[in-house]
Design a protein around this ligand. Structure first.
Ligand code: T4K
Length: 385
């Protein structure tokens, strides 16, 4: 850290959206204006749907106006009922989608390495009411898809992946949207690939895609026939046009982020009490998040202390995902939400910190952020001496 460093001159956020040039956006807008076709399966929408089907290497893909509506629609399309086993270590949208569908979330503890649902704990939570498993590839780290599928097959359960963070991730060269009965991707502005707001569902069966497309358009089959109570989940032309432009920037952004993650790893490598997930060899990651864990005892101070101190230097890291969803007041009374059933998730939620990761950062910024973190450990050691 430079001597007498008082903080970054402007806020360093956990992420910043990838922005195509305004000129290019303007040109796209002109075309859309000229067509006078703004939504409902327009040209841009169909073009993006085709490109993403190819990019994600999936058989079928449907675009949505956001990831949450997409996940809701997947639950409806797959006819889920009763209870759904999911992780408490996720964004609010995951269990909330289940609640909106009048499904009961059943929280399962997580694996301390991948931070994803622990497949070894799933079977004990299955009851006659269970209709599905909804795992989350948290921070783009793949779940144990093979074991989860084996459990689902044995108990005849559906699997819907919340792949909100996992755009472009591949396992053994296979696009992550190919697992389970459906996967949801979020294209929110905070995601590397975005359409301002937006999302998609991928699925292996054409019949399901047809169903999902009907459901996201009110269940309208034709001017004369409405089949079931669908929702308005359609992505509009402006969102799709932005998505097409962002897609062009992706490879460069990925390379940049990969370099920044490398810098984080080098700087944090020798810091006692700080750990981060080790990449698996068979996975291609998307560099969406860089998350560390701070072990209070070994590091010398808590995650919350580091989080606050970073703010003093104008660095806005985020405690994704604290609090656990199971601790929200709307879920804490559920039997599966009891903290003694979720010990790993509880500990992880107290230790995690998402550090800034986006294309406006330089390697030097990462070095400074790591120095600030390091200085907290030393400061505490001096105070305690
Ligand atoms: N499942 C999972 C596992 C998810 O993580 C999410 C969404 C969903 C489902 C639902 O998908 P969507 O329906 O959203 O498509 C953000 C995002 O709003 C949310 O999409 C995302 N997960 C979640 C992890 O992060 P917040 O409340 O942290 O956002 P916010 O507004 O505090 O933004 C974070 C930082 O990003 C800001 O400090 C600055 C920067 N930022 C943000 C926005 C919106 C910008 O620089 N520009 C922007 O336009 O939830």
């Amino acid at each position: 850290m430079p001597k007498r460093f008082r903080g970054f001159p402007s806020p360093v956020y956990v992420t910043r959206p990838l922005l195509p040039s305004l000129d290019k956006v303007q040109a796209e807008l002109q075309e859309i204006w000229g067509s006078k076709w703004l939504t409902n399966n327009g040209l841009q929408h169909n073009k993006l749907e085709g490109k993403l089907t190819e990019f994600l290497q999936v058989p079928f893909l449907s675009l949505f106006n956001n990831g949450t509506t997409a996940l809701l629609t997947a639950c409806q399309g797959l006819g889920l009922t009763g209870e759904v086993i999911t992780t408490p270590f996720t964004f609010a949208a995951t269990p909330h989608v289940l609640s909106w569908q009048k499904l009961r979330p059943v929280f399962c503890d997580i694996d301390s390495e991948t931070l994803n649902i622990n497949p070894a704990m799933i079977e004990a939570l299955i009851t006659p009411e269970t209709s599905a498993i909804m795992p989350v590839h948290v921070f783009g780290m793949p779940c144990d898809v093979k074991t989860i599928q084996a459990i689902a097959d044995y108990y005849n359960l559906k699997v819907i992946y919340d792949a909100a963070h996992a755009f472009g991730v591949r396992i053994d060269g296979v696009g992550i949207g190919n697992f389970g009965d459906a996967s949801m991707f979020s294209f929110h502005a905070t995601k590397l690939f975005h359409t301002v707001e937006g999302g998609a569902l991928t699925c292996p069966k054409e019949s399901l895609k047809v169903q999902l497309d009907l459901l996201k358009n009110f269940g309208i089959q034709s001017e004369d026939e409405v089949l079931f109570p669908g929702i308005n989940g359609k992505m509009n032309e402006i969102q799709a046009a932005v998505g097409l432009l962002v897609l062009e920037l992706l490879a460069e952004a990925w390379a940049k982020r990969s370099g920044l993650i490398q810098a984080y790893r080098e700087c944090l490598n020798d810091m006692e009490g700080i750990t981060y997930c080790k990449p698996a060899e068979n996975v291609e990651y998307n560099h969406q998040y860089f998350v560390i864990r701070i072990n209070e005892q070994r590091f010398g101070c808590s995650r919350d202390h580091v989080y606050q101190q970073l703010k003093e230097y104008n660095v806005f890291a985020r405690k994704y995902f604290y609090p656990l969803c199971s601790n929200y007041s709307c879920y804490s009374a559920l039997p599966s939400a009891s903290p003694d059933r979720l010990p790993v998730a509880g500990q992880v939620a107290d230790e995690v910190l998402s550090l800034p990761l986006h294309g406006e950062l330089a390697r030097e910024d990462i070095v400074i952020i790591c120095d600030i973190i390091r200085s907290q450990s030393r400061a505490k050691l001096i105070i305690n001496a």
